[in-house]
Design a protein around this ligand. Structure first.
Ligand code: PLP
Length: 246
């Protein structure tokens, strides 16, 4: 990299998802929690040594302006490493529900998205339009958004959250009419900022601003220049091989 005239190495980024992105108190799984905490302790020590060695090796060749590490679940631990100069923590701003299961911090939900009720097919059932905003990772239940308000709604276990519709079950469904909104929490920072172009900022009950997400600034993975559509990404050569008109 140092030999390339058009590139300047200014910083390093190392993300330890096994600590920053894995809650150590998974609900209903105390044994798994103990295993996760032991894994994270070991990993933290190994990483601190390895990251320091990497930074030493690179700074022998060039000066670095920053060394970025960590994530929401590891802020205080990563910040304690001398080799690290800044910590990334996107999800912490929103407190999406994956971050409810950490022993080292608690937060209040600060970002929600709404789905309109499109049908009331039976007592105790409200079907919302859309909804399948999944977090990355293994396709387990925790990657799904969580019905939040009104309280007392749950997914139909045979349906889950769909792209087209999301049926919700519970007594609270009977309080809802077609057109009402159900509010959901997402799992991790990425889903909302990938799927929505703007975030609306509320202070109390007042809308005080609207800000573009990274995607809203035109950095969409569905950008046609990259050959993808509707959030799916595909390189142009791959699309050409499949005969897509790009
Ligand atoms: C490079 C990098 N840094 C930090 C993070 C942590 O982000 P968050 O605080 O939203 O968990 C991520 C999450 O995927 C990441 O990929």
């Amino acid at each position: 990299m140092l030999k390339r005239p058009n590139l300047r190495l200014v910083g390093l980024m190392a993300y330890e998802s096994q600590i920053a992105g894995v809650g150590d108190t998974p609900p209903g799984k105390p044994a798994m929690g103990r295993v996760i905490r032991a894994m994270q302790r070991r990993s933290r020590m190994e990483l601190a040594r390895r990251r320091a060695a990497i930074v030493r090796a690179v700074t022998e060749l060039t000066d670095l302006e920053f060394v970025n590490g960590g994530g929401t679940g590891s802020v205080e631990k990563t910040a304690a490493e001398r080799a690290v100069t800044e910590v990334a923590a996107g999800s912490g701003l929103y407190q999406p529900h994956l971050f409810d299961y950490y022993s080292n911090f608690t937060g209040r939900p600060a970002a929600l998205f709404a789905l309109p009720v499109a049908r009331r097919p039976a007592p105790g059932v409200a079907t919302c339009l859309g909804g399948g905003y999944l977090a990355s990772g293994p396709a387990d239940a925790i990657r799904l958004p969580q019905p939040y308000l009104p309280t007392g709604l749950a997914y139909d276990p045979r349906e889950g959250a769909g792209e087209v519709q999301t049926p919700l079950l519970g007594h609270a469904a009977d309080l809802l009419e077609v057109g009402d909104r159900v509010w959901f929490r997402h799992t991790k920072a990425g889903e909302l900022c990938e799927r929505f172009a703007e975030l609306h900022l509320l202070e109390g009950e007042h809308l005080v601003g609207t800000v573009p997400t990274y995607r809203g600034k035109g950095e969409r993975s569905s950008d046609r220049r990259r050959g993808g559509r509707n959030g799916a990404t595909m390189t142009v050569p791959a699309a050409q091989r499949l005969g897509w008109p790009v």
